[in-house]
Each structure stands twice: as C-alpha cells, then as structure tokens.
Design a protein. Structure first.
Length: 153
C-alpha cells in the first residue's frame, strides 16, 4: 500500500519527474518543475528550449511565469518550486526576484548549477531542500544523453 502523502515534498517531486519524462519524450533535456501554493499545484512545466527555440525556456522559468500568472502576482513568497535538476544561474536569479518561499531540487548540476557561480543567489528567506529523488532525476538525465549519443547501454 502506498502511504505517500499527497502533500509531501516527495509527492510533488514525483509530479516534477513526470514533467521531466514529458521533456524526455519531446527530445528536450529532461528537467521538470511544479510550483505549489497552499498544498495545491498551480503550475507545471518542463524544458521547451528546442521546441520554442528559446534558451530561456527552462522548466523553472516556464513554471515561475505560469505560477505568477495563476496568482496574478510577481511574488511567489507563499509557493514552493519542485525541480528535478539544480537550477542554473539564470533560473536561480529569477527565483530570487520572485521571492519564492521554498525550492526543492533533485539532482545536483555539476556543470551548470547555480552553486558554481553563486551558492547564495537564492533569496535569503528561501528555504532550500536538495537531493530529493536525486537518483531518479539523475538517471533520467543520464539516460537522455545516452540516447542522444546513440548509446543505449
């Protein structure tokens, strides 16, 4: 029997993983994000850089915009972002300006994660949780790049 609470961080991260899987199917780097507010998902997104021919169309950016539109506010200070990969500097900067209350990410991005440029870029009042379902998130990305290189092993 599955006893996972529908209001747990793990549940929402699994929803972000579903978005990442959709990106994978669309041949986008498989990163997914959801934004919650008061235990309700108010935005979902996945990378659409290739589809939109837009280098800013990261899952986080699209989710931030959707959440702000949903709330009618530029501030997400009552919201949580769940994202399968550590945000890049661009996305972390947008999260700073949105004043998001909490960020939960899965896999660490050792090549382009915000921690490389500025580990303190998130708003000082933002709570950070790292490594949530990191193995699943990391394996999806590794699988994607194996597939893109034509190496399915």
């Amino acid at each position: 029997m599955n006893t996972l609470s529908i209001h747990s961080d793990e549940h929402y991260m699994r929803q972000a993983l579903k978005e990442a899987e959709a990106a994978f199917e669309e041949q986008e780097i498989p990163v997914g994000a959801v934004v919650t507010c008061q235990n309700r998902i108010i935005a979902r997104a996945h990378n659409q850089v290739q589809r939109l021919n837009d280098v800013t169309a990261h899952a986080e950016m699209l989710a931030i915009t959707a959440a702000q539109n949903f709330l009618g506010s530029k501030y997400l200070d009552q919201c949580t972002l769940y994202v399968t990969l550590e945000p890049c500097t661009m996305c972390a900067g947008a999260l700073y300006w949105s004043r998001i209350a909490k960020v939960c990410y899965g896999a660490k991005d050792e090549k382009r994660g915000y921690h490389l440029a500025n580990p303190n870029i998130l708003h000082p009042q933002t709570t950070l949780i790292t490594g949530l379902l990191a193995d699943e998130s990391s394996e999806l990305i590794k699988s994607f790049f194996r597939k893109m290189r034509g190496n399915n092993s």
